[in-house]
Design a protein around this ligand. Sequence first.
Ligand SMILES: NC(=O)c1ccc[n+]([C@@H]2O[C@H](COP(=O)([O-])OP(=O)(O)OC[C@H]3O[C@@H](n4cnc5c(N)ncnc54)[C@H](OP(=O)(O)O)[C@@H]3O)[C@@H](O)[C@H]2O)c1
Length: 313
Amino acid sequence: MAQSSKQSDGVGVIGTGLMGSAIARALARGGQEVMAWNRTMAKVEALRSDGIEPARSLNCLLENCGLIIICVSDYDSAAELLFTAQVEQRLKGRVLVNHTTGVAPVVRKWAAWAAQNDIGYLDAAIMNYPKAVGREDCLVLYSGCTASYQRHSAQLANLGGQVKYLGEDPASASCFDLGLMGFYYATILGFLQCAASLSSEGIDPAILPSMMPLFRPIIEDTFGIANQMISKRRYEGQQATIDTHFAALGFLRARAAEENVASDLLATLENLLGAAIDIGYGAQELPAVFEVFAARKDKAAHRQTHHIISKAV
Ligand SMILES: NC(=O)c1ccc[n+]([C@@H]2O[C@H](COP(=O)([O-])OP(=O)(O)OC[C@H]3O[C@@H](n4cnc5c(N)ncnc54)[C@H](OP(=O)(O)O)[C@@H]3O)[C@@H](O)[C@H]2O)c1
């Protein structure tokens, strides 16, 4: 890509840390013309051998590329780079895809800023590690301006085989990103707790990954049932009550303590089930714990309303 001031169909990637580099490489592998800029130039120079052209400056990248992707540590750093009159002018009429992890209110503010400046805005989330970017099994979420997504969907498809556009609300990708990350951490920490518990008994946990597919049916069955129950907010069933699960967790936690394995995760799970029992769900099925999570949100909303009313009177 010639570094003139003529906009091309090329893609510009701002931020070539671990994830930004993987994005730039996947685009280049997919046959896109890719230019990249990074605060620390050495990281972008290292991408030359992957067919990625280092931009002399951020302005140079903005002038040359029709589609701009940013992936830096956080939204504050992204704002430092892009919230200037000069950059806003250069981005006018182009599409900006933000792969930086952020929270819904901030994403919505960015979408409003983009709309004010005639910039097509998409928020994005890669639900995997850099090594998976561009792979068939890599899930990538987009949300925001539909026309912008349609315009660049073929280029963005290079980032993964499982690309999902979630609609006009720019914050949808971020909401799923944060929700699924919470799910990921809870699952992996559960796995690590299990491995530590086996090790403490002198059992090699190496067999665990091969056992996981055999354990998957009960997990997937519980997802399905939980989904049905949550949609009706009714949790009666004939399989196992929360009282039974609570007793099992108490037993697991006590055994972990005897094994000298950290029992903090199990204690947290036990507390959540205990809270479900306290609000009357002891005789119902496990998905009723949804009401404990939801009740915290209701309480927060109540506190906020109370605060607004007390300020008003
Ligand atoms: N790694 C993952 O597995 C993964 C997965 C999904 C999502 N993400 C998200 O992707 C984003 C980047 O993560 P990463 O793993 O690539 O992190 P990283 O390797 O630490 O890279 C951070 C990038 O941000 C740049 N940066 C930070 N502060 C800056 C500033 N004030 N001005 C200009 N540039 C700045 C860094 O530039 P320098 O090189 O100059 O420091 C670097 O390019 C994060 O929002 C992360 O949550 C990461």
